[in-house]
Design a protein. Structure first.
Length: 305
């Protein structure tokens, strides 16, 4: 079958090529992939232990070709959004039934493909903050895929959302998604926040931690800056602030959360942040755009059939 494979000689280490058919376990379904959603993390960090020809990819949506042998999961023909730590960048993938959700006929599969990693990350990180109704929540890197979902879900939960972006242009559309305020850089945020969802790392993470009100929390989700973070706890104590900093990990068994996000999407309560979309033979261009921060939201590749 065709797949996007790891190629250490390619400009962004990916190209269209051939790969073996997936091996399907008893609690897995075989899915014909129709759309792939790229993530910054799998492009920036995934290749350290890769071999030429490996098929990576976390997010894909498509149609079930073969139901799980143990009788669990959706039937043949079901439209599904899927997650796994590899195998999404191919014409077909094997997926654990705990890592997928059925997609309504009214929902575009390309939109559904954006939900697993970015949407579930935003959802689970927001839950880690605790109740946010009527509270001020900062989202850094708010123009990215996780960031745009985080803005929407925090607003949906009743928070007053401060969205931090890298430029005025990258803040476009965030007020419409539910942000109460859009700022260029955490330096522009005034006053304390109850919690923060940080997608950037580096100095911005340190600044976000310094903005916490007593008892607040920062979820360190990503490191788009590719820069280390230095935090001065003593400065926090002197200022009378203080909260907790947690290194967030999304975990697995995403099926129930993907299903919840699919329902929100079908009802029009959230929007999918697709900033770049084309067929998968343009994967190198898509990877370059995403890693160069030229994409507001998610990059989606359609798999032709």
């Amino acid at each position: 079958m065709q797949a996007i494979v790891y190629d250490p000689t390619a400009a962004r280490h990916v190209r269209l090529g051939d790969a073996p058919e997936p091996v399907v376990g008893p609690a897995q379904v075989l899915v014909e992939v129709h759309a792939i959603s790229l993530n910054f993390g799998e492009l920036a960090f995934k290749y350290q232990d890769s071999q030429a020809g490996d098929v990576h990819g976390w997010d894909a949506a498509g149609v079930v070709l073969a139901a799980a042998a143990d009788g669990s999961g959706p039937p043949v023909g079901a439209r599904v959004a899927t997650f796994g730590w590899s195998g999404a960048w191919a014409q077909r993938r094997a997926v654990d039934v705990a890592e997928l959700a059925v997609v309504a006929d009214s929902v575009d599969l390309g939109a559904a493909a954006t939900l697993p990693v970015a949407g579930v990350t935003a959802l689970r990180a927001l839950r880690r903050l605790g109740p946010v109704v009527g509270r001020r929540v900062l989202v850094t890197g708010a123009s990215g895929g996780v960031g745009r979902f985080a803005v929407q879900l925090a607003a949906h939960a009743g928070a007053e959302v401060v969205a931090s972006v890298g430029s005025v242009a990258r803040g476009a559309g965030l007020l419409e998604l539910g942000a109460s305020e859009v700022v260029v850089g955490v330096e522009q945020v005034s006053g304390p926040v109850f919690g923060a969802l940080d997608n950037v790392g580096g100095h911005q993470l340190a600044l976000a931690f310094g903005l916490l009100e007593p008892g607040g929390a920062v979820q360190s989700i990503g490191m788009a800056s590719l820069a280390p973070t230095t935090i001065d706890p003593e400065a926090m104590r002197r200022s009378g602030g203080g909260g907790r900093l947690e290194c967030f990990s999304v975990g697995g068994e995403m099926g129930a959360d993907i299903a919840y996000l699919c329902r929100l999407l079908a009802r029009g309560e959230i929007d999918t942040p697709i900033g770049w979309r084309s067929e998968w033979d343009r994967v190198e261009e898509a990877a370059d755009a995403l890693l160069s921060r030229k994409v507001a939201g998610k990059a989606v590749l359609d798999v032709p059939h």
